[in-house]
Design a binder for this molecule. Structure first.
Ligand code: UD1
Ligand code: CA
Length: 479
């Protein structure tokens, strides 16, 4: 059954991050921490998704509009504690029928399955409240789960309020709960601030409902790593590594070869198909897709880029590019947004391409800038050429046809069209259209001034060499 509501708590200050950015907006694996919690929450298909915001609320509200427009932000003006936060979240809706899930916004590793497990246990046992718990090696700082002699959960005590004996308990409150909506509403009204934190603790709801004779239960998570919260940047890095390990493990089980899982970083939304290979030092970001049989890396960063089947991409930076099947890219190649390489196309060493199509089998092998161009099929762009797309005010397009041979060191000054099957001479500055099949030569005529070095650079090693060459030639001629 889908819950009546999921309430995500994200109003806290997060002082230990020492950041201008809201704690929950710090990114790991291609999403904000809050984004991860929301993604897990959305798998529950809640009737309403509420996010309690407070500190740096403008940032958080703007972020929500972008990544989760279905989430409703509710402002908690002052942070009076987790219980107060839930009270504020429900102030407009009043008591809700059904299950209300509450989660902390700073637990980015939580999965939809684990939240579903919490709800399943809650509804199966007919509990008034079910708290997610786990055992951690170091429970310092966490709320401890109190159980009676029969093992039943009796309440939660915060670390600050706990006795020595209670602090020895390893089972902790993860900070995620399923509540009966109607009972939650009543219990929230009875919370006090009579504790070490001087706040309304959501955790006190357990003791209150238990005291009223309701069933209180726990859903114990075996893998404590998944339940970890992030309070500082050391924990942020640890969570990032955990999430990455999880993504890579999934990919490897799906048939992807990851040569060095220590240096491959893959965002959660990236798709990599079976039989693709990720070599060391690869970062795949955003909506990147790597098709079957492709090889990416080493030393490659791809953002929102599609790598076609059996393509090879190495030592490359690409963003918003589409690399065709069996294409070859790298080393030292920069593909910018709007680059589309066709099947078996090549973008080689020290080549930058943006907003351009390179047709099937066409090659841009060395030292070239291609901007705002359409290149047909089977064409070759000579080394050291520049597509001169900018006249200082506006950008213009260059069209290169099929089976064209652009000579080395050409400047193609846009707007210009190089017709099908034409050639251009090395060193040309092409400013006029080239008709199909023509050879365009656009450079100065060569003029040799005989004897210039011996006359004008007398006494230099060059002049000596020239003199020896002239004398040898004369002797050769004498024979
Ligand atoms: C809370 C739990 C503790 C649990 C731990 C797990 C309480 C009283 N304690 O402690 O038992 O082991 O989480 O991480 O709930 N927040 C608000 N408004 C507030 C206060 C907090 O939105 O007024 C948000 C924070 O932004 C954060 C979450 O609630 O996302 C938890 O608050 P935090 O202060 O970190 O609680 P802990 O002391 O960690
Ligand atoms: Ca916390």
């Amino acid at each position: 059954m889908s819950p009546a509501a999921v309430i995500v708590l994200a109003a806290g200050e997060g002082t230990r991050m020492k950041s201008r950015t809201s704690k929950v907006l710090h990114e790991i694996g291609g999403r904000s921490m809050l984004g991860h919690v929301l993604a897990a929450s959305q798998t529950l298909l809640p009737e309403r998704l509420v996010v309690v915001v407070g500190h740096r609320r403008d940032q958080v509200i703007a972020h929500l509009a972008e990544v989760a427009p279905d989430a409703v932000p509710v402002v908690q003006e002052t942070q009076g504690g987790t219980g107060h936060a839930v009270r504020v979240a429900l102030a407009d809706s009043g008591p809700l029928e059904g299950t209300v899930v509450v989660t902390n916004g700073d637990h980015p590793l939580i999965t939809g399955e684990t939240l579903q497990g919490l709800i399943a246990a809650h509804e199966r046992d007919g509990n008034a409240v079910t708290v997610m718990t786990t055992e951690v090696p170091d429970p310092t700082g966490y709320g401890r789960v109190l159980r009676g002699l029969d093992g039943a959960v009796t309440g939660i005590v915060e670390h600050k309020d706990a006795t020595e004996g209670q602090r020895a308990i390893a089972e902790i409150n993860v900070g995620m709960y399923a509540f009966d909506g109607a009972l939650l509403d009543g219990a929230l009204k009875r919370l006090t601030t009579d504790n070490a934190g001087g706040e309304e603790y959501l955790t006190d709801v357990l003791g209150i409902l238990r005291g009223d004779g309701h069933r209180v239960g726990a859903s114990v998570v075996a893998d404590w790593i998944e339940t970890q919260g992030v309070n500082d940047r050391v924990q942020l890095a640890a969570a990032r590594r955990q999430l990455n390990d999880r993504v890579l493990e999934r990919l490897m089980r799906e048939g992807v070869t990851v040569v060095d899982p220590q240096t491959a970083w893959v965002d959660v939304q990236v798709q990599v198909e079976a039989d693709a290979t990720l070599l060391p030092n690869v970062q795949l970001h955003g909506g990147t897709v790597v098709r079957a049989g492709a090889q990416v890396g080493p030393d490659t960063t791809l953002t929102d880029t599609v790598v076609g089947e059996d393509a090879r991409v190495f030592r490359t930076v690409a963003e918003g590019a589409e690399i065709g099947p069996e294409a070859s890219v790298g080393p030292y190649t920069y593909l910018r947004p709007g680059t589309r390489l066709g099947r078996k196309a090549k973008a080689g060493t020290y080549v930058e391409i943006k907003n351009s199509e390179v047709g099937e089998g066409s090659k841009v092998p060395h030292l070239t800038y291609v901007g705002d161009a359409t290149i047909g099929t089977g064409s070759n762009i000579g080394a050291g050429s520049v597509f001169v797309n900018y006249d200082g005010v506006a950008k213009h397009r260059t069209v290169v046809g099929d089976h064209v041979r652009v000579g080395s060191d050409n400047m193609l000054v846009a707007p210009v069209t190089i017709g099908d099957g034409s050639y251009t001479a090395a060193g040309s500055v092409i400013i006029k259209d080239v008709p199909p099949g023509a050879m365009a030569v656009a450079r100065g005529q060569q003029r040799n001034v005989e004897g210039w070095v011996e006359r004008r650079r007398a006494g230099t090693p060059a002049a000596e060499a020239a003199k020896r060459a002239r004398e040898n030639n004369t002797q050769e001629g004498d024979k």
